[in-house]
Design a protein around this ligand. Structure first.
Ligand code: ATP
Length: 234
């Protein structure tokens, strides 16, 4: 499959300390790629580099065959890259409807945005006038995804979707993510806890201390290696 988004040899630093030491990763349209790894491995930084929010110290970012290394977040967003950060990025004091309404900056009409959001997540229609902060954790994550979908993304970058949610809720969310990918979106998912996302991932990579230690299809061999890497073997 041709990569829609490709990171090659990405190095990145925080306050002079290198945290990514040459990350290679690619995601094709229609594919879900899981980026796994322990706390502090550099998963969020990788997503932030992919969204143009954090600069790469070296390496290349290519999207749709075009070199977009050094391109800023607004331009990458315009090119179809959508980052849904950990913590969901919704406005808790605004209603569900107003959270969606804000996305009309994309040029899409309110009706269109609501139609897409409510078709995928019918519960949001029921909760439309409720303050977003009063939704359950899973519903808040649905709202964050719905806001992301309003940008009509080509590439969706999801950070710790499962954070703080019950396993069944996470499984349902990932079914929706798989469905979004099936419609042609390239999805890169960061998770610390692997089980949830491996069920839907086409490809997975394990990042340990800023290096991809293993990548491939998330089959049983991969899962065995994954446990070893998490336990800190060489
Ligand atoms: P987590 O699951 O805890 O978010 P992660 O794998 O996403 O971990 P990153 O958040 O990318 O990892 O962090 C990678 C490294 O960079 C860590 O050592 C972290 O302490 C450091 N780091 C992250 N953000 C900053 C920052 N703003 N300033 C300084 N160091 C940072």
């Amino acid at each position: 499959m041709t990569a829609l988004l490709q990171l090659s040899g990405i190095r990145a630093a925080h306050e002079g300390i290198t945290v990514l030491h040459g990350v290679d990763l690619s995601v094709a349209a229609g594919q879900v790629v899981a980026l796994l790894g322990p706390n502090g491995a550099g998963k969020t930084t990788t997503l932030r580099v992919a969204a143009g929010v954090h600069p790469a110290a070296s390496g290349r970012l290519v999207m749709g065959g075009r070199d977009v290394t050094g391109v800023g977040p607004q331009d990458l967003a315009r090119a179809g890259v959508c980052l849904i950060p950990e913590g969901r990025g919704i406005f808790p004091n605004l209603s569900v409807r107003d959270n969606l309404l804000m996305m009309t900056f994309t040029g899409r009409s309110r009706e269109e945005i609501e139609e897409v959001a409510f078709a995928r997540f019918p519960i949001l229609a029921e909760r439309a006038s409720q303050a977003a902060g009063t939704l359950s954790g899973g519903e808040q994550q649905m709202l964050a995804l719905a806001r992301g979908l309003a940008t009509d993304p080509a590439v969706l970058l999801l950070d710790e979707l499962s954070m703080g949610l019950a396993p069944l809720v996470v499984a349902n969310l990932y079914e929706q993510v798989a469905e979004i990918a099936r419609q042609g979106v390239a999805v890169l998912v960061v998770e610390q806890f692997a089980a949830a996302v491996l069920g839907i991932a086409d490809h997975a990579a394990v990042l340990v201390r800023g290096r991809i230690e293993r990548q491939g299809r998330p089959d049983s061999g991969f899962r065995t290696d994954l446990s070893a890497l998490y336990l800190g073997s060489p």
